[in-house]
Ligand binder design. Structure first.
Ligand SMILES: [Zn+2]
Length: 418
């Protein structure tokens, strides 16, 4: 065990580099240079074919579960207490190369590293590619892991429809998968003792602390709220300012309040989507509908932020004679990763190595967050120098990626080989 400090020269680096180069062009748009690997499309299929090839080239037992997630097994799953690692290969529209694929490629590279170490596995090991993590096509994130965990029922999944009116089952079928069995998979979950997902960091905490790799503590609670400001449509040229009931003013003041409240609580709040009626250049709007996305380290802070924004919005609406409706459209409570597993990772990565492993929270959702309600789950983050994610500018240096591979190998060795 232990992690070399001169990671770039490590002989197993080549396995990571080779896989990374193979996957890099798949689904990359020539114009935007971003990735468009949407669930059950051609680019997703190419990524899936790649996963299968990698599994079979290593003599692993390849299978697709009832929800279309891909698994590669070393050892007999029936033995139970399996250690599982992996992530996803799909992307957001014009996403980056690292969000998802880094975790899958690192899983194979970590296995190569452990084989080179002649590690002896005492538990079954599985590598996994969860389907449709980003939700770019059907509007719901983490569909593969949600279905497996029973957090999304087969009936609900059958209603998911993409922009062209294609349902999820038909999309799976068109991609060559059988959708008849989709639904909860408790037998599979019962065979897993631990799940570890490696992921590129979607923020700059590691860059600021000067570390290559970190361990996740929790996924922040987050939610979406819709604010409907209703006023009175009127002529932009002939209506005196004092006679207007302009919902855009209350909306604009609310956007500023969101920024202020988030700063006060050390949280984030974003109005990133807006709809205006009648949406004319020369018309005072009758309706401004804005969507708030807010996330904070804990529930109390999130309540404080959203409560503060709501209070301010109501005051501004009253002041301008605007009717205001606020609807919470979705909410995900805080996900605390398993403390014992997290401490075990910190112990493994802190032994006989100078690798420092800070423990940090994240504002982004992951398959690991879904599974954490059912099995002990942990995450490793790899430094992202700009913090940019869900964009072609998303980046991690190769040395840092290799440090992530070796950290993951150490973790898998510690969990599956003792
Ligand atoms: Zn991801």
């Amino acid at each position: 065990m232990g992690t070399d400090s001169g990671t770039a020269q490590h002989p197993r680096t080549s396995s990571f580099q080779e896989m990374w180069r193979e996957l890099l062009p798949v689904g990359r748009h020539p114009g935007s240079r971003g990735y468009r690997r949407f669930a059950w499309t051609g680019a997703d299929g190419e990524c899936r074919a790649w996963f299968r090839e990698q599994a079979e080239a290593r003599g692993l037992t390849y299978e697709v579960d009832r929800n279309g997630n891909q698994w590669a097994w070393l050892g007999d799953p029936a033995q139970g207490d399996a250690v599982v690692t992996g992530s996803h290969l799909d992307s957001v529209p014009d996403g980056g190369a690292f969000d998802g694929p880094l975790g899958v490629v690192s899983s194979f590279a970590a296995l190569d590293e452990l084989r080179a170490r002649r590690a002896e596995f005492t538990k079954p090991l599985a590598l996994v590619n969860f389907g449709d993590e980003e939700g770019a096509r059907f509007g719901l994130a983490c569909v593969g892991s949600r279905l497996t965990a029973g957090q999304l029922t087969a009936e609900q999944a059958h209603l998911l429809t993409d922009g062209e009116g294609v349902t999820l089952p038909r999309a799976m079928e068109a991609a060559g998968y059988d959708p008849d069995g989709i639904g909860g998979d408790p037998e599979r979950l019962a065979r897993i003792g631990a799940f570890v997902e490696l992921h590129v960091e979607q923020g700059r905490a590691l860059d600021l602390s000067g570390d290559r790799v970190g361990i996740a503590s929790a996924i922040w609670p987050h939610g979406r709220w819709r604010f409907d400001f209703r006023g009175e449509a009127n002529h932009a040229g002939t209506t005196r300012l004092v006679d207007r009931r302009d919902p855009m003013l209350s909306y604009a003041e609310t956007v500023l309040a969101a920024r202020r409240e988030a700063e006060l609580a050390g949280a984030v709040a974003t109005f990133g989507k807006i709809a205006v009626e009648p949406n004319g250049v020369n018309a005072i709007p009758s309706l401004v509908r804005g969507w708030l996305d807010s996330r904070a380290a804990d529930q109390e802070s999130l309540d404080q932020v959203v409560g503060g924004i709501e209070k301010a919005a109501r005051e501004y609406a009253d002041a301008h004679g605007i009717a205001l409706d606020i609807v919470r459209e979705s909410f995900t409570p805080v996900v605390e990763f398993d403390h014992a597993l997290r401490d075990e990772l910190a112990r493994i990565l802190g032994t006989g190595t100078d690798l420092k492993v800070p423990v940090l929270g994240t504002g982004a959702g992951h398959d690991a967050g879904i599974l954490s309600g059912h099995i002990p789950t942990a995450m490793l983050f790899v430094r992202n120098p700009t913090g940019v994610s869900h964009s072609p500018a998303e980046f991690a240096a190769e040395d840092d990626c290799v440090a992530g591979v070796l950290a993951l190998a150490d973790v898998l060795e510690g969990l599956a080989c003792r």
